[in-house]
Design a protein around this ligand. Structure first.
Ligand code: URA
Length: 424
């Protein structure tokens, strides 16, 4: 077997065998296959796709390229969640304590952000002293004690995915359904939970831009789940506009607290209720309506916020000292009318440049940097109103804000659906 024949086969739209995929994964991990050869194969996959069987093989060998966690000592009501990545997506910070407060165990290993989308670990690290590096034993013990733990994914989970994802990131091969499906599901198989809710983001601020692609991605991830004894529910959700009002790490923690503590209403809260209800239904083996009732009760009676405080305390965080930035710039509008659209992607990029995200993997994050939207869809603006506030530690001489971020019109717009589809 050799890599050039395999690349040529994929270039000619032929299917690779299980043995060929095994050969690729093992030999790329050991560096026998070089980055330039793997890049070529990844581009051929992106252009010509993969059959379901090829995707199953790819996922299997990527999952077994590292450690596989055994969560069975935690029992059978352990539920995991994963989002394909969005702008202002702080749902894990809200959903994990809600679900744990309902008696379901949440074993969450999360990642850092790269590019215009954020990562849960960066958000949690903005809380002074919060420990994001739990050992495996600490992780399991904490879930046994308080039903929830959120930690950084251990170094040796799905090693092949780590190496391939880094290469995809710099070779224009991220946006491929077979590669996204095998990447996400290989990690989920390795992380050990047998019940999984996937938030598949669709729209301008997401990796997947249209509903047909999102459906295809969801279906294949559900099939991979079935083959690996993981019950998967995919919730396809709108990511054209940012989630909530705050973008940036400590700003997003503050918004999560506002929802858990003060029951702030809005589309972010609705999404969190939806995700939590599906997780609780899976974990407790009850129907969706019963689960939703429990979720709403626990959100309203303070149990979910208390669980959040318990989680922060257990991992040594101090939310009384969230970092704040030295500079605050109010962006005023010179138009009048209703906000019809907010471009999540452009705000994600702006937030990254303010310091909230990494342009390169090794960049240091400014945890206090980011954006607060002072107005949202269908709010009316007068000339001179503050539309958003920018937080940063960078002194910016010339704030050149792209004036196509907001679309303003004399009419209100029809609000887009937040939950687009649910697939099981
Ligand atoms: N998230 C992942 O973990 N992998 C991808 O390929 C895309 C999003």
């Amino acid at each position: 077997m050799n890599i050039i024949d395999i690349i040529n086969k994929k270039r000619l739209k032929q299917s690779l065998t299980d043995e060929e995929i095994k050969y690729v994964i093992e030999n790329y991990l050991s560096s026998t296959i070089k980055d330039y050869q793997m890049s070529s194969l990844l581009m051929a996959i992106l252009l010509n796709g993969m059959t379901d069987n090829e995707i199953f093989s790819m996922t299997k060998y990527m999952a077994s390229s590292g450690e596989i966690l055994d969560l069975s000592p935690l029992g059978d009501n352990v539920v995991d969640k994963h989002s394909t990545g969005g702008v202002g997506d702080k749902t894990t910070l809200i959903v994990a304590p809600i679900v744990a407060s309902c008696g379901v165990k949440v074993a969450k290993m999360s990642g850092r952000g790269l590019g215009h989308t954020g990562g849960t670990i960066d958000k949690l690290e903005s809380i002074p002293s919060f420990n994001v590096n739990l050992t495996k034993d600490e992780f399991i013990n904490q879930i046994n004690d308080i039903n929830v733990a959120i930690t950084c994914q251990t170094e040796n989970i799905a090693l092949a995915d780590k190496k391939i994802y880094a290469l995809r990131d710099v070779t224009g091969t991220v946006e491929s359904i077979p590669l996204i499906a095998s990447s996400i599901m290989s990690k989920k198989i390795a992380l050990g939970a047998k019940k999984l809710v996937l938030d598949v983001k669709v729209g301008k601020g997401a990796l997947i831009k249209n509903l047909d692609d999102a459906r295809q991605l969801a279906k294949i991830m559900i099939e991979i789940g079935k083959k690996n004894d993981i019950e998967v529910i995919c919730i396809l959700t709108n990511m054209n506009v940012p989630l909530g009002n705050n973008i940036g790490n400590s700003l997003e923690v503050a918004e999560a607290i506002d929802i858990l503590k003060n029951h702030k209403k809005g589309h972010l809260t609705n999404l969190c209720i939806e995700l939590s209800s599906h997780m609780v239904a899976l974990g407790l083996k009850i129907d969706y309506d019963e689960a939703k009732k429990l979720v709403l009760e626990n959100l309203e009676n303070g149990s979910s916020y208390n669980k959040f405080l318990e989680l922060i305390k257990y991992q040594h965080g101090d939310i009384s000292k969230l970092p704040t930035s030295t500079h605050k710039y109010k962006i005023k509008t010179n138009s009048e009318g209703y906000i019809n659209d907010i471009d999540a992607y452009k705000l994600g990029i702006l937030s990254m440049h303010l310091g909230a995200g990494r342009v390169n993997k090794e960049d240091q994050i400014d945890y206090s940097a980011g954006i607060v939207l002072n107005k949202n869809i269908n709010d009316y603006l007068e000339v001179g109103d503050t539309i958003m506030t920018i937080y940063t530690n960078k002194k910016i001489e010339d704030l050149n804000i792209d004036n196509t971020i907001f679309k303003i019109s004399s009419q209100k717009t029809k609000k887009e659906k937040l939950i687009l589809e649910i697939l099981k």
